[in-house]
Design a protein around this ligand. Sequence first.
Ligand code: UT7
Length: 338
Amino acid sequence: MSVTQPVYAAFRAIGAYVPQKILSNADLEKMVDTSDEWITKRTGIKERHIAADNEFTSDMGAKAAALAIKRSGLEKEEIDLVVCATVTPDYFNMPSTACIISDKLGIKNVQAFDISAACSGFVYGLSVAKAFVESGMRKNVLVIGAEKFSSIVDYTDRSTCILFGDGAGAAVISATKNKEEGFVDIHASADGAYADFLVTPAPGSRNPVSQKVLDEGLQYVQMKGNETFKLAVKTLTKDVKEILEKNNIRSEEIPHFIPHQANYRIIKAVGDALKMREDQVALTVHKYGNTSAASIPMAINDLWESGKLKKGELMLLDTFGGGLTWASALLPFSGESV
Ligand code: UT7
């Protein structure tokens, strides 16, 4: 009788792409009634990157993914699932951005689909990759978080336009027999009762494109900032406490706490509530703003490229976004160090 050995999902490689153009707080001062002082104090953001007019979510996602595949040491033909988390897809209905990215990478005959979970999308994507790999259905999954958020931001609305930026990050998740390399745990959840906290009312089946949609600016993101802020702090803290307790790990043992980069005050409040030291907490919000599904993989990439994220070190991911959705993950980085 042969006994099948269990298979685990390992985080093998990371890549990211940051568009060239910078939108600084000084630039925003010329566009809306705001100030560098207000934005810095209330959000910690100094600048964000904005994609070029002819640069789309799939372009950024494909660049991040190409880098992740190269760093994984795999051939692109070995990728057998492509998942793209985005709420700013190239096309709102079809085809999916994952299909376009697969084509741009030259990956043929591969299962490809998008995930819509706003800022939690990348960690949702990791949970999908884990399930596919550990069930034995797939061996090498590409998980991308990519956003051209500037395409749904109203640059006359000071309450949202100061927050968001564009970019992409991607990871390769591969099967391993070595349990030490595998994900420790992952939680993903949602509560649609808060759907109106973060919403783009159009286009969609409720509000197909019409003159009314354009006149009322329903194609732009709307956010109940203050309510979202409070719920974000509460949920992000609770989620981490639960995953750490469940796995019998203390917060001081985590070398890399990588929270969603929405607002420095949220990150600080959550870090303090969890008794994290500053050196444990990844921070990119000052230079990228909130890049939604791309925020966590872009932050992981920054850590890796700076040499701070080493093979075998534990990462604790924690995210929160429109839906409302939230997710946390505890996993080692199982790729090569820089
Ligand atoms: O990624 C998904 C999750 N998203 C988030 O987690 C975002 C959560 N929310 C936030 O980050 C914050 O709520 C904001 C940064 C959006 C807003 O900060 P706040 O401290 O919650 O400000 P507020 O909305 O309570 O507004 C305070 C004041 C208001 O003026 P009054 O009514 O007190 O006179 C606003 O009109 O600040 C005003 N204000 C601004 N002033 C200058 C709002 N936006 C601006 C601005 N510049 N850009």
